[in-house]
Write a protein that binds this ligand. Structure first.
Ligand SMILES: NC(=O)c1ccc[n+]([C@@H]2O[C@H](COP(=O)([O-])OP(=O)(O)OC[C@H]3O[C@@H](n4cnc5c(N)ncnc54)[C@H](OP(=O)(O)O)[C@@H]3O)[C@@H](O)[C@H]2O)c1
Length: 263
């Protein structure tokens, strides 16, 4: 007899804040977790119409309700709106998935002080301060749970001209590992990072459409471009209650950062 307890506890009834959940990758995360019965509060910044469309699609096509909250997580005012909405959820918060970010596509040699500070604010300061606020809320309610932050493959390997985006995203990884150490332990909070590669979704769509990444596939460096579902499944693993992962960076890139192109 194989007497294992795989203990795959579901997410049914767990409250999660999905910041940036209306974007290309976030929608798949929301679809997967909401479909499993998690109670989701989905955050966005500007595009309320898209958020309402997601809410409506989930309601009409899948019979699932999600809450919405708008606000810029890189501002104190925005984060406090998110926290207020979290407190209005029924029951304690179990976790946060923070997908907010900006591709900060300004080459370092052309970047102004303001470009670099703006990238830092949206790609680093906002996510870590939101994570801290959420962790404080969870600790106050004595709930254990999971936080997942979003970095990029560009913070895992070196990509030319990427300093303005990769620098803050690399700092985010370091911060997440310290959070995992500080907040972990029995009944603590697990903190992990997803570092996506090039996905046919969200902010990478325009770069894929331009053809500049075609050689990754044409030369067999990656088997295909990533899908939002690839990312959502990893998030699902990381928020699984009782799992044993913390302080890790999962690079979901089809092998791109192995740099088979650099021989
Ligand atoms: N797509 C990829 O292939 C890829 C590759 C590597 C890394 N990533 C990372 O994965 C994450 C998700 O990417 P994505 O492609 O899904 O991006 P996306 O389609 O551009 O969506 C971004 C989401 O974050 C929200 N958002 C952006 N800035 C915000 C802010 N300051 N405050 C609150 N919400 C904010 C957006 O809301 P509004 O639309 O309302 O503004 C939207 O919901 C990002 O952190 C990105 O850096 C993505």
């Amino acid at each position: 007899m194989l007497d294992y307890d795989f203990n795959e506890t579901g997410l049914k009834g767990k409250n999660l804040l999905i910041a940036g959940g209306t974007g290309g990758l976030g929608r798949a995360v929301v679809a997967l977790l909401a479909g499993e019965g998690a109670n989701l509060l989905v955050g966005y910044k500007d595009n309320r119409d898209r958020a309402l469309e997601l809410q409506n699609t989930l309601r009409t096509a899948h019979g699932v309700e999600i809450g919405l909250v708008g606000g810029d997580v890189s501002t104190a005012e925005g984060r406090s709106r998110y926290l207020q909405a979290v407190r209005e959820m029924e029951g304690p918060l179990y976790g946060l998935v923070c997908l907010t970010g900006d591709p900060a596509r300004v080459k370092f040699d052309q970047a102004t002080d303001q470009d670099i500070q703006e990238s830092m604010a949206v790609n680093y300061v906002g996510p870590i301060l939101l994570a801290r606020a959420v962790a404080e809320e969870m600790k106050e309610n004595r709930t254990s749970g999971a936080i997942v932050l979003f970095s990029t493959m560009q913070a895992v390997a070196l990509f030319d001209s990427s300093i303005n985006y990769a620098g803050p995203k690399k700092a985010l990884i370091h911060a997440a590992r310290i959070m995992a150490k500080q907040w972990g332990g029995p009944d603590g909070i697990r903190v992990n990072v997803v570092a996506p590669g090039v996905n046919r979704a969200g902010m990478a769509l325009s770069s894929i459409a331009s053809g500049k990444y075609d050689f990754f596939v044409d030369e067999g460096i990656i088997p295909r471009f990533g899908k939002a579902e690839d990312i959502a499944k990893v998030v699902r693993l990381l928020v699984e209650p009782d799992n044993y992962l913390t302080g890790q960076v999962i690079t979901v890139d089809g092998g791109l950062t192995l740099r088979k192109d650099l021989r």
